[in-house]
Design a binder for this molecule. Structure first.
Ligand code: MF3
Ligand code: CO
Length: 271
């Protein structure tokens, strides 16, 4: 989708500002994770998010993006991404994906988590685990001098190895920096060794979306909410990250990715 467009390469100083935006997003998502409970509406979560982002001197980047009316996306059960917060009340057993972004001094952060509402059972717990782990495997596969689809391939390989999950193809990860969506596209599937080279100063948002059924999606009449075509439930996790000479830095993880990357045997610039 972003073919032939120049990649935005950030200076270390600009990456440092992106890290501040990333920490705002990470903290906001932790606040939201704690706020999720049966009886809470998605609109209430949106208010919590906007208040928290602004309290840190940052600005929501989704709000007004192509007319998008809220600070976060809340996608429940068979909704994959881009669900609009509103009157929907979360119930015990639901799954809610929360996507959140913020701008600090013109630089963007973007991340997402999927949270269980009360008890969701083993199958959905596993769906979430596989999705989040595939995100980390994808970032861990990124090396300076490698290619963008090394990430894609690692995500697909991990998900396929864990069961018959559907990997959503209609939506993909993206470059990020002075805008939320920049080239290149970062698919969640495909062969390794393709696409642009991974270089210092490139920042990417990686965001696998997987389902208990189909890969096919549809958009609801609100023109935003993406649902699975077969009604199967889905999970979505996202981080913004960059590569430095001393390792990967997960801009939207509170610890910069240190703990999880160490577990995967990969150097982290934050450790
Ligand atoms: N965060 C989403 C993404 O990862 C974008 C949200 S679309 C918006 O690409 F309209 F809600 F901003
Ligand atoms: Co994104």
């Amino acid at each position: 989708m972003f073919r032939d467009r120049k990649l935005e390469i950030k200076t270390p100083e600009q990456i440092a500002v992106m890290r501040r935006a990333g920490v705002v997003v990470a903290e906001t998502l932790e606040v939201l994770r704690e706020a999720v409970a049966p009886g809470v509406t998605t609109g209430e979560l949106d208010k919590v998010a906007e208040r928290h982002i602004r309290s840190m001197g940052a600005t929501p980047n989704f709000l007004g993006y192509r007319g998008y009316p809220a600070t976060i996306c809340t996608s429940v059960n068979d909704q994959v991404v881009h669900g609009i917060p509103g009157d929907l009340t979360l119930r015990d057993g639901d799954l809610v994906s929360i996507d959140c972004g913020a701008i600090v001094d013109g630089w963007h952060g973007d991340a997402a988590i999927t949270v269980a509402v009360g008890d969701v059972g083993a199958e959905l717990g596993e769906l979430m685990r596989v999705c989040e782990e595939s995100l980390w495997r994808g970032m861990a596969a990124a090396r300076l001098g490698g290619r963008v689809t090394d990430i894609s391939h690692a995500i697909e390989t991990y998900v396929r190895g864990e069961g018959g999950y559907g990997i959503v193809e209609d939506y993909v990860g993206h470059g990020i920096g002075s805008a939320m969506h920049l080239p290149p596209s970062v698919p969640n599937y495909g062969r390794a060794g393709k696409g642009p080279a991974l270089v210092r100063g490139l920042a990417l948002a990686v965001e696998p979306m997987i389902t208990l059924g189909t890969t096919e999606t549809e958009v609801l009449a609100d023109e935003w909410t993406v649902v699975t075509a077969d009604g199967s439930w889905s999970a979505h996790f996202e981080h913004s990250f960059t590569l430095t000479p001393t390792g990967a830095l997960v801009l939207t993880a509170l610890d910069g990715g240190a703990a999880k990357l160490a577990e995967l045997g990969v150097a982290c610039a934050a450790s």
